[in-house]
Design a protein around this ligand. Structure first.
Ligand SMILES: C[S@@+](CC[C@H](N)C(=O)[O-])C[C@H]1O[C@@H](n2cnc3c(N)ncnc32)[C@H](O)[C@@H]1O
Length: 273
């Protein structure tokens, strides 16, 4: 089943600055990997509340532009608000399915930060986007590693599974669906991309306290948010306490608070002539 980001969109807006403590570096890495520079025309797939589109908008400057698309109209509304607040005039946000989007002209680069894993037929989408890129244009995307390599996301549902005896969720269609870097590389190559490079980018996500972390996950993570909505108040509160305790026990940071080392995979590829 597709993940329902619409239900957590407002929370993504509220918690944006906390997520960006770790996520911003990945946006910058995507810009480098896609070789984005001034004047470029860039497409961002699954932009959520506007990243990395807004960072790209600054990198391409006044002669460039970026189109950010997301399937959730609520996310798109947030991205537009953010652009307006930040005075970014060269970013446009469109509510659209990233399975197969085409703009009015071909793009110099396509980026996607933690968006590709939610596309129902990635191979068909990769084939489609080869033609959406100009010849020689670059595609750069970030995905997460396997659940055990990304404790920030996997911890709440791991604790919930133990506490409630739930079966582990299938990886397909969720945040870990593209955790196999070698396989992902093969899929780009099989769709005719060239210069395919895969980078492993260990990325730390800090929180000021275990409580901040649990509240963040309860608000923004579709699976954990959905589960808490189905539990009664006492059971939900007990589960949150267990997650908080596990975070404090295993991920305490030296300066107080908690921090999560997460494996991010960044893939870059060229659409050949
Ligand atoms: C994990 S969030 C990442 C948001 C943003 N790129 C970031 O890094 O902060 C994934 C986003 O992909 C969007 N999404 C999921 N399926 C999609 C689809 N088929 N087409 C467009 N967007 C989609 C969701 O609505 C959500 O906003």
């Amino acid at each position: 089943m597709a993940m329902d980001f619409g239900a957590v969109a407002a929370a993504w807006g509220r918690w944006g600055p906390v997520f960006e403590r770790g996520a911003h570096a990945i946006g910058e890495r995507l810009i480098e990997t896609a070789r984005i520079g001034p004047g470029n025309d860039v497409l961002d797939l699954g932009t959520g509340p506007g990243e990395p589109a807004l960072t790209v908008a600054r990198a391409v400057g006044p002669d460039g532009r970026v189109v950010g698309i997301d399937i959730s109209p609520a996310m798109v509304a947030l991205a537009r608000e953010r652009a307006e607040r930040a005075g970014v005039g060269n970013a446009e946000f469109v509510a659209a399915d990233a399975a197969a989007y085409s703009g009015a002209r071909r793009f110099d680069a396509i980026v996607s930060r933690w968006g590709l894993m939610f596309l129902p037929d990635l191979d068909a989408s990769l084939a489609h986007y080869r033609g959406v890129l100009r010849d020689g244009g670059r595609f750069a995307a970030a995905t997460w590693g396997a659940p055990s390599e990304v404790p920030m996301i996997s911890l709440p549902m791991t604790v919930a599974s133990q506490r409630l005896g739930l079966a582990p969720a299938p990886l397909e269609g969720g945040p870990f669906a593209l955790h196999d870097a070698a396989h992902l590389r093969e899929r780009f190559l099989a769709r005719g991309y060239a210069d395919v490079e895969v980078q492993d980018v260990p990325t730390m996500f800090p929180f000021t306290s275990a409580e901040e972390y649990v509240t963040y996950m309860a608000d923004i993570a579709p699976a954990f948010h959905g589960l808490l909505g189905r539990l009664d108040a006492a059971e939900g509160a007990a589960l949150r306490k267990d997650v908080e305790a596990a975070a404090g026990e295993h991920f305490a940071s030296p300066g107080g608070g908690v921090q999560f080392p997460n494996r991010v995979i960044v893939i870059g590829a060229t659409s050949p002539a």
